[in-house]
Design a protein around this ligand. Structure first.
Ligand code: GLA
Length: 380
Protein backbone atom coordinates (compact mmCIF):
# COMPACT_ATOMS: atom_id res chain seq x y z
CA UNK A 1 0.00 0.00 0.00
CA UNK A 2 1.18 3.53 -0.71
CA UNK A 3 3.04 4.85 2.32
CA UNK A 4 0.90 7.96 2.58
CA UNK A 5 -2.34 6.03 2.53
CA UNK A 6 -0.97 3.53 5.04
CA UNK A 7 0.22 6.32 7.37
CA UNK A 8 -3.25 7.85 7.21
CA UNK A 9 -4.82 4.51 8.10
CA UNK A 10 -2.51 4.36 11.14
CA UNK A 11 -3.49 7.88 12.19
CA UNK A 12 -7.15 7.08 11.85
CA UNK A 13 -6.78 4.20 14.32
CA UNK A 14 -4.32 5.67 16.83
CA UNK A 15 -4.99 9.41 16.42
CA UNK A 16 -1.21 9.90 16.24
CA UNK A 17 1.32 10.05 13.41
CA UNK A 18 3.56 7.06 12.62
CA UNK A 19 7.26 7.05 13.52
CA UNK A 20 8.10 4.73 10.65
CA UNK A 21 7.13 1.82 8.42
CA UNK A 22 9.00 -1.49 8.19
CA UNK A 23 8.36 -3.55 5.06
CA UNK A 24 9.45 -7.16 4.51
CA UNK A 25 8.68 -9.46 1.56
CA UNK A 26 7.39 -12.99 1.11
CA UNK A 27 9.62 -15.32 -0.86
CA UNK A 28 9.66 -18.07 -3.40
CA UNK A 29 12.32 -20.74 -3.27
CA UNK A 30 13.82 -21.62 -6.66
CA UNK A 31 15.51 -24.76 -5.35
CA UNK A 32 16.89 -26.22 -2.09
CA UNK A 33 13.87 -27.50 -0.20
CA UNK A 34 14.10 -28.79 3.41
CA UNK A 35 17.84 -28.33 3.24
CA UNK A 36 18.00 -25.21 5.44
CA UNK A 37 17.56 -26.97 8.79
CA UNK A 38 20.07 -29.57 7.62
CA UNK A 39 22.74 -26.86 7.31
CA UNK A 40 22.57 -27.11 3.52
CA UNK A 41 22.10 -24.74 0.57
CA UNK A 42 19.00 -22.88 -0.61
CA UNK A 43 18.32 -20.51 -3.51
CA UNK A 44 15.24 -18.37 -2.79
CA UNK A 45 14.29 -14.92 -4.01
CA UNK A 46 12.22 -12.22 -2.35
CA UNK A 47 8.92 -11.24 -3.94
CA UNK A 48 7.25 -7.92 -4.44
CA UNK A 49 4.41 -9.17 -2.26
CA UNK A 50 5.16 -7.80 1.18
CA UNK A 51 4.02 -7.06 4.70
CA UNK A 52 4.12 -3.53 6.01
CA UNK A 53 4.25 -2.65 9.68
CA UNK A 54 3.59 0.96 10.66
CA UNK A 55 4.80 1.73 14.15
CA UNK A 56 4.88 4.43 16.77
CA UNK A 57 6.86 4.22 19.95
CA UNK A 58 4.77 4.33 23.14
CA UNK A 59 5.81 5.85 26.43
CA UNK A 60 4.86 2.63 28.28
CA UNK A 61 5.60 -1.05 27.76
CA UNK A 62 2.40 -2.00 26.04
CA UNK A 63 2.24 -3.36 22.49
CA UNK A 64 -1.02 -2.65 20.66
CA UNK A 65 -1.62 -4.25 17.27
CA UNK A 66 -4.22 -3.69 14.58
CA UNK A 67 -4.33 -5.22 11.13
CA UNK A 68 -6.01 -3.88 8.02
CA UNK A 69 -6.75 -7.49 7.02
CA UNK A 70 -8.64 -8.21 10.23
CA UNK A 71 -10.37 -4.92 11.11
CA UNK A 72 -12.59 -6.52 13.75
CA UNK A 73 -9.72 -8.04 15.70
CA UNK A 74 -6.89 -6.47 17.61
CA UNK A 75 -4.30 -7.58 20.11
CA UNK A 76 -2.49 -5.99 23.01
CA UNK A 77 0.03 -7.24 25.53
CA UNK A 78 2.49 -6.00 28.15
CA UNK A 79 6.23 -6.31 27.71
CA UNK A 80 6.58 -6.26 31.53
CA UNK A 81 4.69 -9.54 31.90
CA UNK A 82 5.78 -12.93 30.62
CA UNK A 83 4.54 -13.06 27.03
CA UNK A 84 2.29 -16.00 26.21
CA UNK A 85 -0.02 -16.83 23.32
CA UNK A 86 -3.18 -14.76 22.93
CA UNK A 87 -6.44 -15.32 21.10
CA UNK A 88 -5.49 -13.80 17.78
CA UNK A 89 -3.55 -16.14 15.50
CA UNK A 90 -1.83 -13.34 13.57
CA UNK A 91 -1.32 -11.41 16.80
CA UNK A 92 0.68 -14.35 18.12
CA UNK A 93 3.38 -13.71 15.52
CA UNK A 94 3.93 -10.27 17.02
CA UNK A 95 3.94 -11.75 20.53
CA UNK A 96 6.41 -14.39 19.34
CA UNK A 97 8.84 -11.78 18.03
CA UNK A 98 8.54 -9.66 21.20
CA UNK A 99 9.10 -12.83 23.26
CA UNK A 100 12.37 -13.77 21.57
CA UNK A 101 13.66 -10.18 21.54
CA UNK A 102 12.94 -9.91 25.23
CA UNK A 103 14.59 -13.28 25.92
CA UNK A 104 17.75 -12.01 24.19
CA UNK A 105 18.07 -9.35 26.88
CA UNK A 106 17.24 -6.46 24.53
CA UNK A 107 15.57 -3.50 26.24
CA UNK A 108 12.83 -1.90 24.21
CA UNK A 109 9.66 0.07 24.73
CA UNK A 110 6.09 -0.61 23.69
CA UNK A 111 4.72 0.13 20.24
CA UNK A 112 1.47 0.90 18.52
CA UNK A 113 1.45 -1.22 15.38
CA UNK A 114 -0.61 -1.48 12.23
CA UNK A 115 -0.13 -4.42 9.86
CA UNK A 116 -0.93 -4.62 6.17
CA UNK A 117 0.03 -7.46 3.83
CA UNK A 118 -0.50 -8.58 0.26
CA UNK A 119 1.49 -11.83 0.60
CA UNK A 120 -0.93 -14.64 -0.32
CA UNK A 121 -1.58 -16.66 2.83
CA UNK A 122 -1.41 -20.45 2.97
CA UNK A 123 0.40 -20.57 -0.36
CA UNK A 124 3.82 -21.42 1.06
CA UNK A 125 5.14 -17.97 0.14
CA UNK A 126 6.24 -17.12 3.69
CA UNK A 127 3.64 -14.64 4.76
CA UNK A 128 4.59 -15.42 8.37
CA UNK A 129 8.32 -14.80 7.83
CA UNK A 130 7.48 -11.48 6.17
CA UNK A 131 5.45 -10.51 9.24
CA UNK A 132 8.15 -11.62 11.69
CA UNK A 133 10.94 -9.81 9.89
CA UNK A 134 8.94 -6.60 9.49
CA UNK A 135 7.92 -6.64 13.16
CA UNK A 136 11.49 -7.38 14.30
CA UNK A 137 12.63 -4.52 12.04
CA UNK A 138 10.09 -2.18 13.63
CA UNK A 139 11.20 -2.99 17.21
CA UNK A 140 14.84 -2.73 16.15
CA UNK A 141 14.38 0.67 14.58
CA UNK A 142 12.01 2.15 17.15
CA UNK A 143 14.31 1.41 20.10
CA UNK A 144 17.64 1.60 18.26
CA UNK A 145 18.53 -1.97 19.16
CA UNK A 146 21.25 -2.15 16.52
CA UNK A 147 20.60 -5.73 15.39
CA UNK A 148 21.89 -6.74 11.94
CA UNK A 149 19.64 -8.15 9.21
CA UNK A 150 20.99 -11.61 9.96
CA UNK A 151 20.16 -11.25 13.66
CA UNK A 152 16.65 -10.03 12.84
CA UNK A 153 16.17 -13.09 10.62
CA UNK A 154 17.32 -15.35 13.44
CA UNK A 155 14.83 -13.74 15.82
CA UNK A 156 12.12 -14.49 13.24
CA UNK A 157 13.18 -18.12 13.08
CA UNK A 158 13.32 -18.40 16.88
CA UNK A 159 9.83 -16.90 17.04
CA UNK A 160 8.63 -19.82 14.90
CA UNK A 161 10.69 -22.47 16.71
CA UNK A 162 10.15 -21.42 20.32
CA UNK A 163 6.75 -19.75 20.32
CA UNK A 164 4.77 -20.91 17.28
CA UNK A 165 5.99 -24.53 17.52
CA UNK A 166 7.19 -24.79 13.95
CA UNK A 167 10.74 -26.17 13.72
CA UNK A 168 11.55 -24.29 10.51
CA UNK A 169 15.00 -23.38 9.25
CA UNK A 170 16.42 -19.93 8.51
CA UNK A 171 15.66 -19.63 4.78
CA UNK A 172 12.41 -17.68 4.80
CA UNK A 173 13.43 -15.08 7.36
CA UNK A 174 16.91 -14.60 5.90
CA UNK A 175 15.72 -14.00 2.35
CA UNK A 176 12.98 -11.72 3.67
CA UNK A 177 15.61 -9.68 5.52
CA UNK A 178 18.45 -9.76 3.00
CA UNK A 179 16.92 -10.22 -0.47
CA UNK A 180 18.14 -7.95 -3.25
CA UNK A 181 15.87 -6.71 -6.03
CA UNK A 182 16.16 -8.79 -9.23
CA UNK A 183 18.49 -11.28 -7.53
CA UNK A 184 18.12 -14.72 -6.06
CA UNK A 185 20.09 -15.39 -2.88
CA UNK A 186 22.30 -18.43 -2.51
CA UNK A 187 22.44 -19.14 1.23
CA UNK A 188 24.85 -21.50 2.89
CA UNK A 189 22.73 -22.34 5.92
CA UNK A 190 25.77 -23.61 7.84
CA UNK A 191 27.84 -20.43 7.72
CA UNK A 192 24.97 -18.08 6.74
CA UNK A 193 27.24 -16.70 4.03
CA UNK A 194 25.07 -15.41 1.17
CA UNK A 195 25.68 -14.60 -2.47
CA UNK A 196 23.25 -12.55 -4.56
CA UNK A 197 22.78 -14.10 -7.99
CA UNK A 198 21.33 -11.83 -10.73
CA UNK A 199 18.13 -13.10 -12.31
CA UNK A 200 18.58 -13.17 -16.10
CA UNK A 201 16.60 -10.33 -17.73
CA UNK A 202 14.60 -12.63 -19.96
CA UNK A 203 13.68 -15.14 -17.26
CA UNK A 204 10.06 -14.94 -16.15
CA UNK A 205 9.14 -16.09 -12.66
CA UNK A 206 5.66 -17.53 -12.31
CA UNK A 207 4.08 -18.83 -9.14
CA UNK A 208 0.97 -20.94 -9.28
CA UNK A 209 -0.88 -21.54 -6.04
CA UNK A 210 -2.70 -24.86 -5.99
CA UNK A 211 -5.15 -23.60 -3.34
CA UNK A 212 -5.11 -27.12 -1.96
CA UNK A 213 -6.26 -26.82 1.67
CA UNK A 214 -3.10 -27.36 3.71
CA UNK A 215 -3.66 -29.53 6.77
CA UNK A 216 -1.38 -30.81 9.57
CA UNK A 217 1.45 -28.94 7.89
CA UNK A 218 3.41 -28.14 11.04
CA UNK A 219 3.22 -31.63 12.49
CA UNK A 220 4.29 -33.25 9.21
CA UNK A 221 7.02 -30.63 8.83
CA UNK A 222 8.36 -31.29 12.34
CA UNK A 223 8.21 -35.05 11.69
CA UNK A 224 10.41 -34.68 8.59
CA UNK A 225 12.93 -32.78 10.64
CA UNK A 226 12.98 -35.59 13.20
CA UNK A 227 13.49 -38.15 10.41
CA UNK A 228 16.53 -36.15 9.25
CA UNK A 229 17.95 -35.99 12.78
CA UNK A 230 17.55 -39.73 13.21
CA UNK A 231 19.26 -40.28 9.86
CA UNK A 232 22.20 -38.23 11.16
CA UNK A 233 22.48 -40.42 14.24
CA UNK A 234 22.62 -43.51 12.02
CA UNK A 235 25.21 -41.89 9.76
CA UNK A 236 27.30 -40.65 12.70
CA UNK A 237 27.21 -37.02 11.55
CA UNK A 238 25.99 -33.90 13.26
CA UNK A 239 23.91 -32.65 10.33
CA UNK A 240 23.18 -33.96 6.84
CA UNK A 241 25.54 -31.33 5.44
CA UNK A 242 28.38 -33.58 6.56
CA UNK A 243 26.87 -36.71 4.98
CA UNK A 244 27.83 -37.96 1.52
CA UNK A 245 25.81 -40.05 -0.91
CA UNK A 246 28.31 -42.90 -0.75
CA UNK A 247 28.19 -42.97 3.07
CA UNK A 248 24.39 -42.98 2.88
CA UNK A 249 24.33 -45.88 0.43
CA UNK A 250 26.77 -47.81 2.60
CA UNK A 251 24.56 -47.29 5.68
CA UNK A 252 21.28 -48.16 3.94
CA UNK A 253 20.77 -51.50 5.71
CA UNK A 254 21.01 -49.91 9.14
CA UNK A 255 18.42 -47.24 8.40
CA UNK A 256 14.64 -47.22 8.32
CA UNK A 257 13.10 -46.52 4.93
CA UNK A 258 12.04 -43.04 6.03
CA UNK A 259 15.46 -42.15 7.41
CA UNK A 260 17.15 -43.27 4.21
CA UNK A 261 14.75 -41.48 1.88
CA UNK A 262 14.78 -38.20 3.79
CA UNK A 263 18.59 -38.16 3.84
CA UNK A 264 18.69 -39.14 0.16
CA UNK A 265 16.58 -36.11 -0.69
CA UNK A 266 18.65 -33.67 1.35
CA UNK A 267 22.07 -34.85 0.14
CA UNK A 268 21.00 -34.86 -3.51
CA UNK A 269 19.16 -31.54 -3.17
CA UNK A 270 22.25 -29.75 -1.84
CA UNK A 271 24.11 -30.84 -4.93
CA UNK A 272 21.28 -29.60 -7.15
CA UNK A 273 21.30 -26.15 -5.52
CA UNK A 274 24.96 -25.62 -6.35
CA UNK A 275 24.41 -26.77 -9.94
CA UNK A 276 21.26 -24.66 -10.29
CA UNK A 277 23.16 -21.58 -9.11
CA UNK A 278 25.60 -22.09 -11.97
CA UNK A 279 22.73 -22.71 -14.38
CA UNK A 280 21.04 -19.48 -13.27
CA UNK A 281 24.28 -17.57 -13.75
CA UNK A 282 24.56 -18.86 -17.29
CA UNK A 283 20.80 -18.63 -17.96
CA UNK A 284 20.81 -22.31 -18.93
CA UNK A 285 17.13 -23.26 -19.09
CA UNK A 286 17.78 -26.84 -20.03
CA UNK A 287 19.92 -27.44 -16.95
CA UNK A 288 17.47 -25.57 -14.71
CA UNK A 289 14.64 -27.70 -16.06
CA UNK A 290 16.42 -30.95 -15.30
CA UNK A 291 17.49 -29.85 -11.83
CA UNK A 292 14.07 -28.54 -10.87
CA UNK A 293 12.39 -31.67 -12.23
CA UNK A 294 14.79 -33.84 -10.20
CA UNK A 295 14.09 -31.72 -7.12
CA UNK A 296 10.34 -32.19 -7.51
CA UNK A 297 10.74 -35.91 -8.08
CA UNK A 298 12.82 -36.19 -4.93
CA UNK A 299 10.33 -34.13 -2.89
CA UNK A 300 7.54 -36.37 -4.12
CA UNK A 301 9.18 -39.75 -3.69
CA UNK A 302 11.87 -39.34 -1.04
CA UNK A 303 10.75 -36.47 1.16
CA UNK A 304 7.06 -37.19 0.51
CA UNK A 305 5.78 -33.66 0.90
CA UNK A 306 3.84 -33.14 -2.33
CA UNK A 307 0.11 -33.72 -2.85
CA UNK A 308 -1.69 -34.80 -6.05
CA UNK A 309 -2.72 -31.19 -6.69
CA UNK A 310 0.87 -29.85 -6.71
CA UNK A 311 2.17 -32.89 -8.61
CA UNK A 312 -0.63 -32.33 -11.11
CA UNK A 313 0.14 -28.64 -11.52
CA UNK A 314 3.80 -29.41 -12.14
CA UNK A 315 2.84 -32.01 -14.77
CA UNK A 316 0.41 -29.64 -16.47
CA UNK A 317 2.98 -26.83 -16.69
CA UNK A 318 5.92 -29.03 -17.64
CA UNK A 319 3.95 -30.77 -20.38
CA UNK A 320 2.83 -27.42 -21.79
CA UNK A 321 6.37 -26.01 -21.71
CA UNK A 322 8.30 -29.07 -22.82
CA UNK A 323 11.98 -28.16 -22.70
CA UNK A 324 11.26 -24.43 -22.62
CA UNK A 325 10.65 -24.10 -18.88
CA UNK A 326 11.60 -25.34 -15.43
CA UNK A 327 8.95 -26.30 -12.87
CA UNK A 328 8.69 -27.73 -9.36
CA UNK A 329 6.82 -27.40 -6.08
CA UNK A 330 8.14 -24.68 -3.79
CA UNK A 331 8.12 -24.03 -0.04
CA UNK A 332 7.02 -26.18 2.87
CA UNK A 333 4.90 -28.61 0.81
CA UNK A 334 1.61 -30.44 1.58
CA UNK A 335 -0.10 -28.14 -0.91
CA UNK A 336 0.89 -24.55 -1.53
CA UNK A 337 2.44 -23.32 -4.72
CA UNK A 338 4.64 -24.40 -7.60
CA UNK A 339 7.34 -22.24 -9.16
CA UNK A 340 7.86 -22.02 -12.89
CA UNK A 341 10.71 -20.35 -14.80
CA UNK A 342 10.06 -19.66 -18.46
CA UNK A 343 10.38 -17.04 -21.21
CA UNK A 344 7.89 -14.24 -21.89
CA UNK A 345 6.38 -15.96 -24.94
CA UNK A 346 5.37 -18.95 -22.82
CA UNK A 347 3.52 -17.11 -20.06
CA UNK A 348 0.18 -17.53 -21.83
CA UNK A 349 1.03 -21.13 -22.69
CA UNK A 350 1.32 -21.87 -18.95
CA UNK A 351 -1.78 -19.85 -18.05
CA UNK A 352 -3.90 -21.58 -20.68
CA UNK A 353 -2.67 -25.03 -19.74
CA UNK A 354 -3.54 -24.42 -16.08
CA UNK A 355 -6.95 -22.96 -16.94
CA UNK A 356 -7.78 -25.87 -19.21
CA UNK A 357 -6.56 -28.74 -17.06
CA UNK A 358 -6.26 -27.96 -13.38
CA UNK A 359 -9.81 -27.32 -12.22
CA UNK A 360 -11.14 -30.09 -14.43
CA UNK A 361 -8.84 -32.66 -12.83
CA UNK A 362 -8.49 -31.44 -9.25
CA UNK A 363 -11.71 -29.52 -8.56
CA UNK A 364 -9.67 -26.54 -7.39
CA UNK A 365 -8.99 -23.18 -8.97
CA UNK A 366 -5.36 -22.09 -9.12
CA UNK A 367 -4.08 -18.53 -8.65
CA UNK A 368 -1.40 -17.57 -11.16
CA UNK A 369 1.13 -14.83 -10.44
CA UNK A 370 3.74 -13.47 -12.82
CA UNK A 371 6.19 -12.09 -10.28
CA UNK A 372 8.92 -9.52 -9.99
CA UNK A 373 11.85 -10.29 -7.70
CA UNK A 374 11.74 -7.75 -4.88
CA UNK A 375 14.20 -6.61 -2.23
CA UNK A 376 14.46 -7.44 1.49
CA UNK A 377 13.54 -5.52 4.64
CA UNK A 378 13.24 -1.75 4.25
CA UNK A 379 12.63 0.92 6.86
CA UNK A 380 11.03 4.21 5.98
C1 GLA B 1 9.30 -23.77 5.16
C2 GLA B 1 10.28 -23.44 6.26
C3 GLA B 1 11.69 -23.25 5.72
C4 GLA B 1 12.11 -24.41 4.83
C5 GLA B 1 11.00 -24.74 3.82
C6 GLA B 1 11.28 -25.99 3.04
O1 GLA B 1 9.15 -22.69 4.30
O2 GLA B 1 9.87 -22.27 6.94
O3 GLA B 1 12.58 -23.06 6.78
O4 GLA B 1 12.47 -25.53 5.58
O5 GLA B 1 9.74 -24.91 4.45
O6 GLA B 1 12.40 -25.82 2.25
Amino acid sequence: MELEEFSKAFEAIYQLAVDGIATAPGRVNLIGEFTDYNDGFVLPCALEFNTQVAYRKRADNKVVVHSLQYPDEFDEFELNDAISAGKSQWGNYIRAVAFVLQRSGAKFSGLDLLIESNVPQGAGLSSSAALEVAVAGAFNEASNLGFTLEQLAKFGQQAENDFMDCQCGIMDQLISAKGLKNHALLIDCLSLVTESIPMPDDLILMIINSNYPRKLVDSEYNQRRLDCEQACTKLGVETLRQATMSALLAAKESMSEHQFKRAHHVISENDRVIKATQALKSNDMNELRQLMAASHHSLKNDFEVTVPATDGLVDICQSALGERGAVRMTGGGFGGAIVCLCRQEDVDVVKNAVLENYEKNFALEADIYVCQVGGGLTLQ
